[in-house]
Write a protein that binds this ligand. Sequence first.
Ligand code: F6P
Ligand code: MG
Length: 478
Amino acid sequence: DTFAASQYKTSDATSFAHTSARERWPIIITQGIDDVHRSLHGTQDEQALSEGKWVVSELAKLKYEVQHDRELTPIPDDGERDIEAYNNELKARGNLKWHSVAWLYAECYLYRRISSIFKQTSKWRSYDLFARQKMSTFKSSRPAVLELAARYKDIVTELEQKHTIQGAKTQEQLEEAEKVLFLEMCEICLWGNATDLSLLTNLSYEDIQKLQGSEARKASEKNILVNDLSKAFSILKAAQKQGKKERRVDIVLDNAGFELFVDLILAGYLLASGLATNVVFHPKSIPWFVSDVLPADFGALLSALAAPQGFYGTLSDEDKHAGKEAAPLSDTENASLQFLFENWSGMHAEGQLVLRPNDFWTAGGSYWRLPKTEPELYEDLKESELVIFKGDLNYRKLTADAAWSPTTPFTDAIGPMGPGSGIRVLALRTCKADVVVGLPEGEDERIKATAGGGGDSGARKWAWSGKWAVVQFSDGKA
Ligand code: F6P
Ligand code: MG
């Protein structure tokens, strides 16, 4: 790739890359080791036991290499086709060491290395070392899940039965109400990303619950620094008015649990309101950045909703630890969760909602490479009315994780995914890394000067915590 700006590196003392490589990654590997240990406890099978012990020792070696700034070594052949590109890039980039390497490549490489350890075994091949964490945080999201479930049930029931939204009497009012709800659903979907597990190394479960409620969302609106949602709504509305038969929206997913739950809320609303006729979800194919969605997470979420009392009526280990008591769901709460289950599994069964995995999403490079390295996927995305990219990592990949000036137009920073691509891109991103573009002149400086913003340290600290967000659109026209 050729960029007008250079990529963030783990040797940049003022970037979040620096702390990530030295503090976050070793913790994440340690948590993975703990998880495998827990699974080993219940294992009787001899082969699974010995392979499991080998997995633990390989993970421990990897952690040692990261902590002691060793060289990145070629990923062993585990039978998958994507290894070659990783290893070719490793060679092309020269002798790389953990503490002085391009952040984006190294972080992707880390998760691919972890995956290759499991894939070299036969009993642990498809094991997800982060599944436990993902499910248990989803359990802790109960208050926000219940609040949203009740609201979703009301809205969708009314749309399906009366083809309207409460209070709307004329066509104009209905359209206005549709827009208001669209903006709200997208904002729910945006902030649902603030709680990803790779940042949990410094957030408590209480903090997370606070972040998810509707009060929090209203208070956070002023933290959306650029908001192009109206443009996205116009695109979908125009296609609907043209009477186009098939109108697809794609969501390049980010995290499982609560974030996937709110992605489903948005998808369900788009279908029920007729703003889209199909929704395509793009999950990951290997355990990724701790909390990202794998196809199995989708199934796990639906199963939890199918038997909500068993899931939400009992406590997560963390809550038990905190001395909380189990509270059974009320009949109404139980009914709204059952409604979601039926509504979403219905969409899935009808083919209106599909999951489409592709190993491009777990490659080591940015999305600047999409047209060249994955032409079929590129053609496929052009068919969509709107491609929504969720979360921080997707934004880093869109912008190639480069140190752009923050006033660079979004459409420039996404390179081949921008003007002329034929893809309508919408990024819903809470900021958890240094890169940010498309800001008005002076905005970066203004926020740096706020408490915890980084001041004149040279670090853009405000952009690391998920407190601020950007919602940016590119229409893909030449
Ligand atoms: O900034 C911390 C971090 O873990 C990054 O490494 C990564 O880009 C991001 O958070 C993951 O967040 P998200 O789940 O929103 O992509
Ligand atoms: Mg993620």
